[in-house]
Write a protein that binds this ligand. Sequence first.
Ligand code: ADP
Ligand code: AMP
Length: 217
Amino acid sequence: MRIVLVGPPGAGKGTQAQFIASHLAIPKISTGDIFRHNVTNGTPLGRQAKEYMNRGDLVPDEVTIAMVRDRLGEDDAQAGFLLDGFPRNVPQAETLKKLLTDWGTRLTVVLELVVDEDEVVRRLSGRRTCRRCERVWHILFDPPTRDGICDACGGELFQRDDDREETVRHRLEVYTKQTAPLVAYYADEGILIGIDATGPVEEITERALAALRPFAR
Ligand code: ADP
Ligand code: AMP
């Protein structure tokens, strides 16, 4: 299956992506994670992306699209993938469609995680991310056993720079203006399904897998 997850920052895309991708045995491709790796390692791509990310703006399309094209061309993505954080605007969606058409394939389904803005702000303000394995935690909603340490791998947890309050507000505006139009775009394509993404993480995973089941082949 070729799946895109869409929803505002903090909707739980990364959280759900890890479970859905492992259940379906397809790679999870998170553009945010790839950019953060590159920023941490000080690569040329990281240097290009860093300022945009810190401001909460989208990294320019040509940079993002080139990166995604390379990643989708890798062997493990040939039998399917789960995209988290891409596409983020209509031009990226158009480019993805063209790329997949050129490769003789298409997206199977786009899963929208529906959450209201107050909940998203609560989620982002307590989010902590593991430096080593990228597992996301929440200081109240999904706390690790030991403060600041990832239960999954023992790595150090950190708060993302772009989860500061002013940046969160700006990211939500960017979502409304640039990314939310993708919901109508994919509804027109007839491949959008939406699920309520509030409640316990495991229940949302169940809802997501149930919604995706009819598309499995
Ligand atoms: P996104 O990838 O959409 O930006 P994340 O998956 O990083 O969102 O989740 C944002 C924060 O919300 C994280 O701290 C995560 O632990 C927390 N979270 C995710 N799902 C839920 C949920 N169902 N209920 C409460 N908190 C959640
Ligand atoms: P995320 O981890 O998905 O919240 O993304 C963190 C940041 O990475 C975003 O605020 C953007 O600056 C950048 N980013 C991630 N995905 C994209 C994308 N598809 N297009 C442009 N910028 C992106």
